[in-house]
Design a protein around this ligand. Structure first.
Ligand code: FMN
Length: 237
């Protein structure tokens, strides 16, 4: 099995998003998968021009010459694609969205109704299963409502299956240096590894893993207070 993660954090390898993705991919590798971790930060990916040359002029080829062609090659033959992003103003990051729009090149210009009677683009090939991963600064899980709704709609539009969603609130704590919190974070990373193994062996996340991945690291009130202290200290210089 080949799993390819595409990370839309502007912090790339230094981000909280990668802390999640790397743990998941580690588990997947231990279960025998081949994994690739692609960071969009630092890549040149220009926005789709909507020229539709990739459909009608030179089918399957985009006119924009940038890093997208290399990424498309890496995405090939994958069984699972992971789209990973920090939550930015209740949504996916801009670089992930620009990347996703550029996937127009793998879509077919033909539409048809799906089994629920809604139109969607046909694809030129069978697409990999999809997983969505995100983390956010706020403590409540409700902040992921838009991303989750979008991921489900998007998978339908692509004609593939969303096999898992992993959302971590209090994401700042994934990179905490607070010694008392480290065991909790390490436990959480262990659960992410288990999630990676489960996807390789069963193509889904077990209910217990899903529940464990929804845990909070510390209660909301303490987290909010700690963030306030942090902001105070940063502003004092
Ligand atoms: C432009 C921007 C917008 C953000 N918007 C939100 C938001 O709407 N809700 C939230 O909980 N966190 C928000 N955050 C916080 C990030 O989601 C959080 O810091 C996350 O851990 C960043 O992940 P990364 O380290 O992988 O980039 C925002 C951060 C930035 C830079």
């Amino acid at each position: 099995m080949k799993i390819v993660a595409v990370n839309g954090s502007h912090k790339g390898k230094n981000g909280n998003t990668d802390t999640m993705v790397s743990a998941f991919l580690k588990g997947a590798r231990e279960a025998g998968a081949e994994t690739l971790n692609i960071f969009l930060a630092g890549k040149e990916i220009r926005p789709c021009r909507a020229c539709k040359v990739c459909w009608f002029g030179s089918p399957g080829r985009c006119v924009i010459k940038d890093d997208m062609a290399d990424i498309l090659r890496l995405l090939k033959d994958a069984d699972v694609w992971i789209w990973a992003t920090p939550l930015y103003f209740d949504n996916i990051s801009s670089i992930l969205k620009v990347f996703i729009d550029r996937l127009m090149v793998i879509g077919s210009p033909y539409w048809d109704k799906d089994k629920d009677g809604e139109c969607r683009h046909l694809t030129t090939s069978v697409l990999p299963k999809l997983m969505m991963m995100s983390n956010c600064g706020y403590p409540e899980r409700s902040h992921f409502q838009v991303i989750s709704h979008w991921a489900n709609r998007y998978a339908r539009n692509l004609g593939t299956e969303l096999i898992g969603e992993i959302y971590t609130s209090e994401g700042a704590l994934l990179s905490t240096k607070v010694t008392e919190l480290l065991p909790k974070i390490l436990d959480y990373l262990q659960v992410l590894e288990t999630a990676g193994k489960e996807v390789v062996t069963t193509m889904r996340l077990s209910e217990i893993t899903k529940r464990l991945l929804e845990q909070k690291f510390i209660p909301d009130q303490i987290y909010v207070q700690e963030v306030k202290h942090y902001v105070d200290s940063m502003l004092k210089g």
